[in-house]
Write a protein that binds this ligand. Sequence first.
Ligand code: GTP
Ligand code: MG
Length: 305
Amino acid sequence: MGIFKKITAGLKKTRDSIVGTFDSMVKSFTKIDEDFFEELEEILIMGDVGASTSAKICEELRRRVKKEGVTDPQQIRELLQEVIAEMLEGGEGLRASTKPSVIMVIGVNGVGKTTTIGKLAANLKADGKKVLLSAADTFRAAAIDQLQIWADRAGADMVRHEEGSDPAAVVFDSLSAAKSRGVDVVICDTAGRLHNKKHLMDELSKINRIIKRECPDCDLEVLLVLDATTGQNAVEQARQFMNVADITGIVLTKLDGTAKGGIVISIRESLGLPVKYIGVGEQIDDLQPFDAREFARALFDTNSD
Ligand SMILES: Nc1nc2c(ncn2[C@@H]2O[C@H](COP(=O)(O)OP(=O)(O)OP(=O)(O)O)[C@@H](O)[C@H]2O)c(=O)[nH]1
Ligand SMILES: [Mg+2]
């Protein structure tokens, strides 16, 4: 399956919910009036775009409708796609140009961190990069073994310690190994951590300190993984993490299993954080670099059903 096909397939539920409802709503209107915008705002909110972001989208649409003199509700579709694409744009690319570069992957339990790391490693390998995985989720032995399976699948090196060992020490060893082996990208797995667990947050800052000390000039991405199926809760989770970590981007997983894909817009707009990757399935090739225009196009694409 081509990349665009994969994204459109992964977004099917969201598209049905937002654009499907939008299309039938448009048919019931003969002119664009305040009722039209009110109904549109409702649809966006129902599609997990979030109240303030939905209001912003409608405000921008009103402006363009006026400016461009649009009178036919059918024409709104294109304008809406355009407004959403523009809102989503900016900062999507992964910064990983130094050798080594470091990617720290954080997020609460079960959101898809380890799986994302495996997929990301495979992506980077396909780009010809040498990748090393750092098993800094030492909380459970199973977590280390799970990462090892992904490392093997992706053809990446891995540095691991025993269960229960200090995660910062794993990262320290990973960075030393990366330097001596000429690795391009080090990706650090971390334990699923909760904002109210102080020791876990301390652990996160300790890992961060080690990276800053051992690799001061390296490109560092701190990617927060969020599970799209949790809808607006994911936005709240991101807010909590922003208080304790310098997040550089979001990976939004499990878009394939939900109609709540509208939160992509909410995250970008209300938190100002770029979405860098989206997960649209459980297989190794199911992680896609986020492309704002492509995402908006996939959201409105009805030819693929
Ligand atoms: N459908 C779907 N499932 C996904 C996606 N990403 C991850 N998963 C699944 O989500 C589940 C949890 O993934 P993990 O990678 O183990 O999550 P984690 O954040 O590392 O979890 P902990 O280590 O327990 O904190 C697994 O069953 C994955 O296969 C995705 O994009 N789509
Ligand atoms: Mg994990």
